[in-house]
Design a protein around this ligand. Structure first.
Ligand code: GLN
Length: 489
C-alpha cells in the first residue's frame, strides 16, 4: 500500500477496503520512521491529520465521496495554511501563522483531501537542491548522501519514499519538474494562469505556478483538475481557460499520429552520457508507440538561464521587501531605531542565497541599469516564447531531458551559485514562456532516476498527460521504489 498511487488508494476507499483513518495512520507511521533520515517534512501534526481523516470518513458515509476524498496530500511550506506554521523554510517567517488558506488549499479541502504537514524546500523556493532551507537539507531516498533537487525537494523526497502518496509543489524555473526528475516521480507544472497563486508565498510572480508531484500521470491529472480554475483573488488567474478532460486525457495507450519535437539545443555537450542514453531510449519507445520524432530548433535556449536570473531576482527583490519584521516574522533583539530594526532583522532572517537574489534584483531594477538588464531580459523572454510558438506550428508536443544530470552529492555545488543555476537549464524556458511542462521517470543512470520532460502549447495539459500516460503504460520506471524505505517488500 505505501507505494500505491492516489488512484489505487481511492479505489480501495471506494470499495470499502480501507478507511481514510487507516490510510492516514499508515503514512504517519512512515513519516515517523523515515523523516529523521530524509528531513522531507518540516512540520507535521498527527492529531490534525487524523482529525481530517476522521471527518473525511464521516463525510463519505453521509454524503458520498468527493474528488479526493480521504487522500493524503503533503504541502510545500510555501502554501499558506490556516492550520500550523507557514514559513517558506525561512527564518524571517519564524512564528508566522497564515490568517487564511491559499486558494489551492481551499480547493483541496473542498475536494475532501487530507493535508499532511509541510514539506521542506529551498528558502523562498530559491534553489535547485533544497540546501538553502533554514531547516537543513533534505535527502534523496535513492541515495541519502545526495540532494533530492529543489526547490520542492521535500515534496519530491516524501513522494519518492512513500511518506505520502502525493504532494503539492511550486515551479518558478523548474522546482516541480527538476526534483521530480531527480527522485523518479511525476511532476506537472500547469500553464501560467491555470492555478491561482493567491496564498502562495510569492517568489517571482510572473513565473510562479503550483502543481502536483505524484507517483503516476493520472494522479497528477486528478490533483490538477481540482486545484485549477479561475480565482478572482489572483489577477493573473485566467478566467476563460479552456477546460480539459483531465482524467480522460490519461487513457491514452499509444502515440499514433503524435508529432514529437526534439530540440537539438537540449542535447548538448556537458550533459551526462547516461541521462542522454535514457532519454534517447525513451524517445525510441515513443516512436514504437506510433509517434513521429521531428528535429526542431529552439534557437534562443542558451539565453534562458541568463534572462531568468535577471527577471526572477528582480521580481523577488520587490516581493521580499514586504518582510520588514513589523507585524510578523523574525525581529532582531534590541533594535536601536527603525532602520536598525529593518536591517538587522532582514540580515538575520534571510539566508545567503535569498540575499544574493534580492541584491541582484535590486541592482537590475535600479534606474541606471533597468534598460540594460531588466528590459533586455524581458525582450529575450519574448524571443523564447516566439521560439516555442514557431515550434508548435510543426509539432504537437516537445520532449527533452528534464535535467542534464542526476542527483548530485549534498554540498557539491553549494559554493558555486553559477553551476547550481545551470541545474535548471532545461526547465527555465518553459516558465519564461508560461507553458505547461511535465517530468516523468524514464530510466536510471548509475542507480539514480532520470526524468523525461514534456512541453505542450499553453492550455494543452491534455497533450502532456496523453503523451506521458502512453509512455507510462508501456514502461515500468514509475513503479520502481528506493531500497531501504520498505519498497523491497
Ligand atoms: N532553481 C531555480 C531557482 O533557484 C528555480 C526555483 C523554482 O522553480 N522555484 O530560482
Amino acid at each position: 500500500m505505501p507505494f500505491s498511487s492516489l488512484s489505487h488508494i481511492q479505489d480501495r476507499l471506494n470499495h470499502g477496503e480501507t478507511t481514510a483513518i487507516e490510510v492516514a495512520k499508515l503514512y504517519l507511521d512512515r513519516i515517523t520512521e523515515h523523516n529523521k533520515t530524509l528531513n522531507a517534512f518540516v512540520h507535521i501534526d498527527d492529531e490534525h491529520v487524523l482529525a481530517q481523516a476522521k471527518a473525511s470518513d464521516t463525510y463519505r458515509a453521509e454524503h458520498g465521496a468527493r474528488a479526493l476524498e480521504g487522500l493524503p496530500i503533503a504541502i510545500k511550506d510555501i502554501f499558506c495554511t490556516q492550520h500550523g506554521p507557514t514559513r517558506c523554510c525561512s527564518k524571517i517567517l519564524e512564528g508566522f501563522e497564515a490568517p487564511y488558506d491559499a486558494h489551492v488549499i481551499t480547493k483541496l479541502k473542498e475536494a475532501g483531501a487530507v493535508l499532511v504537514g509541510k514539506t521542506n524546500m529551498d528558502e523562498f523556493a530559491m534553489g535547485s537542491s533544497n540546501e538553502t532551507s533554514a531547516f537543513g537539507a533534505c535527502h534523496n531516498p535513492w541515495d541519502t548522501s545526495r540532494i533530492p533537487g529543489g526547490s520542492s525537494g521535500g515534496s519530491a523526497s516524501a513522494v519518492a519514499a512513500a511518506l505520502t502518496p502525493a504532494a503539492l509543489g511550486t515551479d518558478t524555473g523548474g522546482s516541480i519538474r527538476q526534483p521530480a526528475s531527480l527522485t523518479g516521480i511525476t511532476g506537472l507544472k500547469p500553464t501560467y494562469g491555470r492555478v491561482s497563486r493567491r496564498g502562495i508565498i510569492a517568489f517571482a510572480s510572473s513565473l510562479d505556478q503550483a502543481g502536483p508531484m505524484t507517483r503516476n500521470v493520472k494522479d497528477a491529472a486528478m490533483i490538477t483538475s481540482v486545484i485549477s480554475g479561475h480565482d478572482a483573488g489572483d489577477a493573473t488567474s485566467v478566467a476563460d481557460a479552456p477546460e480539459l478532460d483531465w482524467l480522460g486525457a490519461c487513457d491514452k495507450k499509444d502515440m499514433k499520429g503524435l508529432r514529437i519535437g526534439v530540440p537539438k539545443e537540449y542535447f548538448v555537450e556537458g550533459m551526462d552520457a547516461e541521462v542522454r542514453a535514457s532519454v534517447e531510449n525513451a524517445l525510441k519507445q515513443c516512436e514504437d508507440l506510433g509517434a513521429e520524432l521531428i528535429d526542431i530548433s529552439l534557437p534562443n535556449t542558451n539565453l534562458a538561464v541568463a534572462a531568468y536570473y535577471v527577471i526572477a531576482p528582480s521580481e523577488a527583490s520587490a516581493n521580499l521587501s514586504r518582510y520588514d519584521s513589523v507585524r510578523f516574522g523574525h525581529r532582531c533583539k534590541n533594535p536601536e531605531d527603525l532602520l536598525d530594526m529593518y536591517t538587522r532583522s532582514r540580515d538575520e532572517g534571510f539566508g545567503a542565497e535569498v540575499k544574493r537574489r534580492i541584491l541582484t534584483g535590486a541592482f537590475a531594477l535600479s534606474s541606471g541599469y533597468y534598460d540594460a538588464y531588466y528590459l533586455k531580459a524581458q525582450q529575450v523572454r519574448t524571443l523564447i516564447s516566439q521560439d516555442f510558438k514557431d515550434a508548435f506550428e510543426k509539432v504537437d508536443v516537445i520532449a527533452t531531458p528534464t535535467s542534464p544530470i542526476t542527483a548530485f552529492k549534498l554540498g557539491e555545488k553549494t559554493d558555486d551559485p553559477l553551476t547550481m543555476y545551470l541545474s535548471d537549464i532545461y526547465t527555465i524556458a518553459v516558465n519564461l514562456a508560461g507553458l505547461p511542462g511535465l517530468s516523468q521517470p524514464c530510466g536510471f543512470a548509475e542507480g539514480l532516476p532520470v526524468g523525461l520532460q514534456w512541453i505542450a502549447p499553453a492550455w494543452r495539459e491534455d497533450v502532456l498527460l496523453g503523451a506521458a500516460a502512453a509512455y507510462e503504460a508501456a514502461t515500468d520506471w514509475h513503479t520502481k521504489v528506493p531500497t531501504g524505505f520498505g519498497g523491497e517488500s
